[in-house]
Design a protein around this ligand. Sequence first.
Ligand SMILES: C[S@@+](CC[C@H](N)C(=O)[O-])C[C@H]1O[C@@H](n2cnc3c(N)ncnc32)[C@H](O)[C@@H]1O
Length: 191
Amino acid sequence: MRCSCDALMFPTPLYSHAGRGCFSDVYEPAEDSFLLIDALEKDAERLKQSSCTDVNPAASQCTQETSHCNSLQLQPLVTDLVECLLPRLNGKVDVLVFNPPYVVTPSEEVGSHGIEASWAGGKRGREVMDRFFPIIPQLLSVHGLFYLVTVSENNPKEILSLLRESGLKGDACLSRQAGRERLSILRFSKQ
Ligand SMILES: C[S@@+](CC[C@H](N)C(=O)[O-])C[C@H]1O[C@@H](n2cnc3c(N)ncnc32)[C@H](O)[C@@H]1O
């Protein structure tokens, strides 16, 4: 979960260390990551701060390396979702970004702290993101934004209506076909 922006046009971040060598157990940025970056770039004016968490310790170290390569300062935290930030950040998060494990897999594959955590989403690919949804309204500040990567198997329309019931207004701000995946970035704000 992360965000970082402060100008209108951005070069693609340097990430050649991800997915290889000592970071071989870390998700290598792919079409979903780049669609998310495009959506954030479109909203760059509204995005100012950075934060990030991951359940995979190697992914957090890799993010540290990425921030170093791109002259950014980040403090990646190893935690399940945002557990270690609660309740301290309640009502204080202006921008929340989640590219979750969204692939449909057997439920038994969910819960790894290794590379499998990058994709294993369990039933309908929703098991990890569904655990996160109830936390979002309490985390977001009054003007906060939440960005979520989804694929069609996750039923984005249902996610939009589920979060609407918790007071979050959302839309699909960017969509793209990437191989077999129909990717959409959902963007939510408080109503
Ligand atoms: C699809 S990858 C996205 C990686 C990267 N953020 C990107 O956009 O390229 C999903 C990431 O979510 C992390 N993850 C999976 N379950 C998590 C959980 N319960 N809490 C925190 N992070 C989790 C994985 O370890 C993996 O790094």
